[in-house]
Ligand binder design. Sequence first.
Ligand code: ATP
Ligand code: MG
Length: 563
Amino acid sequence: METQEARTPSNFLRDIIAEDVRTKKFGDSQIQTRFPPEPNGYLHIGHAKAICLDFGLADEFGGKTNLRFDDTNPEKEEQEYVDSIQADVRWLGFDWERLCYASDYFPQLYAWAIKLIEAGKAYVDDLTADQIRQYRGTLTEPGKNSPFRDRSVEENLDLFTRMKAGEFPDGTRVLRAKIDMASPNLNMRDPVMYRILHASHHRTGDEWCIYPMYDYAHGQSDSIENVTHSMCTLEFTDHQPLYRWFIDNLGIFPSQQIEFDRLNITYTLLSKRKLLQLVQEHHVHGWDDPRMPTLSAFRRRGFTPEAIRNFVGATGVSRTNGSTDIEMLEHFQRDDLNRRASRAMAVLNPLKLVIDNYPAGQTEFVEVANNPEDPAAGTRQVPFSGEIFIEEDDFREVPPPKYYRLSPGKEVRLRNAYFITAHSVVKDAAGNIVEVHCTYDPASRGGNSPDGRKVKSTMHWVSAAHALTAEVRLYDKLFTKPDPNDYPEGGSFLDNLNPNSLEVISDAKLEPSLATAQPGQPFQFERVGYFTPDPDSTSEKKIFNRTLPLKDAWAKIEKKAGA
Ligand code: ATP
Ligand code: MG
């Protein structure tokens, strides 16, 4: 217990639960939480924070967590989202006690609405949506009572039953709670409980043509499931009095709502509405496009659930909204991948290197450690021959100052193989270098010269005859601004899309061992970055996604020099 506390920083949510456990606020009930996504989009990394809190805190106190779909809005909800949400919660490492749907509670919610009508606490209103808005008043002016507010219980029961029976068209009537049109809290000014919507629901079909509003469904769903702590984001703070009003006036299990801050990340949008727009308008290739902030996109890109959980945990919880740097997420991911990724050699922008004194037609194998951070990962044999590929960037005919890589007359190390010295180049008609010729020192096998000669640079390489040609997808930030919602008047967040967020390299040269790599398997392409195979790969064409680049010290030097 002590070590557990030492590892996890404390937070006010944990403190509240611990205190409620100590005072037995919920009697002998176990701690019960829920994660309540609306199935109208894919889960994103903001949801990961809510998931880690809902599941993590219940778990710490020996409690349970339900996955509950808040499916009260038939027009935007789909089975595809229901399925993806379950897969993503599991991928993140959590399992629910019960799988629930707010729609399962429609009959109970309806019975409770009848109860409130009978108690004179709810009424059917014939005002239009616009009129209701006008009557509601503003933050500075109280609202006005609807002329239908004082209908008799009998008339309300009759109209509400007929609403349910489908007698009235959409939008003609609503059921409202009778609370206080002068309340300083706008949510308490006779909020709408039910609206008429002749729409098919993904689970209940055409059984219902009236649907409960979020505020009328959420607290009662919590109560039905004996949820002790209903954690949600800060925008629901003003709804808390209404959440309690329904529970108190129905006399049901007193679930308690507690609010915490939303996760916001720089260069990232976490609004499902806007993410849906990106998908529908084809600014990205779907919800799991690796540039998206959804959990399925992170998975496809090669992020790991461990890194996401560690990141989310480190951002903590607060009572005010803030913003977290994307670099922090990347840091947690690099840290995780550095430990678990197998090393491999891959040349993204190949330049042919011919070793003139290497025996023609010969192939040999060099032994390479799979992961220097993990000896248990073993070694593998990598083929080497007289024609290899190196990165275009690793050779300069005329080297700039401080350039230690290959140039004519310069000796460098080919990783795990030999020392080589460049001598000449072959150019095409346009003057581009197409081949570099060099000689190697056979005594330096394994990458060290017996005479103790030092070289300043070690380069990765792939044997030309053995190379696997693959497509490599390099991702950059989807937006150019830290706050994608920062745009001039009349503009849109789409103006901040990064036109270079995806670069596709169609003929990278990879070491042959990568032919059997599977999606999700993490690799560090030495000196280049972290990668994982994309599920679009076929047996003819392997595709790799760049999870993250390694930090590039050279790019910084070049930038500083203004090159
Ligand atoms: P959006 O407003 O973009 O549609 P939402 O909050 O309505 O998102 P839900 O499916 O209702 O999405 O969210 C399920 C749970 O996840 C809620 O409890 C919500 O508070 C929480 N959540 C959503 N976004 C974040 C976020 N950025 N940070 C932390 N928790 C979040
Ligand atoms: Mg919501």
